[in-house]
Design a protein around this ligand. Structure first.
Ligand code: LMR
Length: 328
């Protein structure tokens, strides 16, 4: 039954996508997994679609499918390669099957702020990472920032040993698994759309995510509280198929890439405020947020940072040093 329902939902979505497009327009379908609005990625996707549909009318038309309604992140990456999808923005943690370089972004306590991430991604090394998957068919068009991550669980977590024996949902990232294991806890990789149910039914005890995801997915409702660890960045790669991009008419490609660049800059500029707002929204909705003393925070850093060494070979020490130096 579930299959039939989602097949029907897919057909409705697909019709919606086509309804907007006129004959001869390049169709740009963008699938993502987060809330359609009130979230850095949801809002950025809408902003891009609005500009494409307004400024490229007659040449291109773009439709956004939020909330995993079309694909989850793994399926979206496959769909790009077979032409069922033209744009996606999975988190950088979700590319392990295609490159190990992006493990960089998952290293705990690497970036101390969103500003540092912005500085690094704008550097030569950061920009160079956009094209490391072209041999497998993907081109990165830009980095969309989301926020620093916080831990939540079904009991208070003030120091890492409070997580002893608990199970945490992680993204499809071996760095995240290593980090959770360093805390004496266990990790389970799950798709984003399964997290709320897994927390609610006790399949996992906790998770780690940004304020925007914790608020818009209502994770705080099924957790004891959230600990403000800021332990890791969540950032996305706006990604397309290299073949599709190269196949566009030159004028269409150029105009599209200009819009992408402008929207990326504008959207990234709004992220910090949106994150702060969603932190506030959690408090207003009755969620519990726990702040760490400097000593407690130091315990999280000392527990997790040794994980860097395990992945240095995959990433390269030069890249780690370059990223770390962006903290200023
Ligand atoms: C997650 O799976 O937790 C995130 O990557 C979801 C997202 O896209 O923010």
């Amino acid at each position: 039954l579930l299959g039939a329902v989602s097949a029907a939902a897919l057909m409705i979505s697909a019709q919606a996508a086509q309804a907007q497009c006129d004959d001869g327009e390049t169709v740009i379908k963008f699938s993502h997994v987060v809330a359609g609005s009130g979230h850095p990625k949801g809002d950025a996707a809408t902003m891009l679609a609005d500009r494409v549909n307004e400024e490229m009318n007659g040449k291109a038309c773009m439709e956004v499918f939020p909330n995993s309604t079309l694909f989850d992140d793994d399926k979206a990456l496959e769909a790009l390669l077979i032409g069922d999808l033209q744009l996606a923005a999975p988190s950088l943690s979700k590319f392990e099957a295609y490159t190990l370089k992006y493990r960089l972004f998952d290293l705990p306590f690497l970036f101390s702020s969103l500003q540092s991430v912005d500085t690094f991604t704008a550097s030569e090394q950061g920009k160079g990472l956009l094209t490391v998957m072209e041999d497998v068919g993907y081109t990165g068009l830009g980095y969309w920032l989301s926020g620093l991550k916080q831990f939540s669980a079904n009991k208070p977590l003030m120091v890492p040993s409070d997580a002893d024996g608990l199970k945490f949902r992680v993204q499809t990232s071996d760095v995240a698994v290593a980090m959770i294991e360093a805390m004496g806890a266990s990790a389970q990789k799950l798709a984003f759309k399964e997290v709320y149910g897994a927390l609610q039914t006790g399949v996992v005890d906790g998770q780690e995510n940004t304020w925007s995801n914790i608020y818009t997915q209502k994770f705080f409702e099924v957790q004891d509280g959230i600990t403000e660890t800021n332990h890791q960045v969540l950032a996305y790669l706006l990604v397309t198929s290299t073949e599709w991009l190269n196949g566009l008419d030159d004028d269409v490609r150029e105009q599209f890439l200009t819009l992408v660049e402008e929207v990326t800059a504008e959207a990234n500029g709004n992220v910090a405020a949106k994150e702060a707002e969603n932190r506030e929204n959690i408090l207003k909705a009755g969620g519990e947020i726990r702040e760490l003393s400097p000593e407690q925070r130091q315990e999280w850093v000392s527990t997790m940072k040794p994980v860097w060494e395990q992945f240095e070979g995959d990433i390269g020490k030069d890249l780690i040093d370059a990223a770390a130096s962006s903290n200023g």
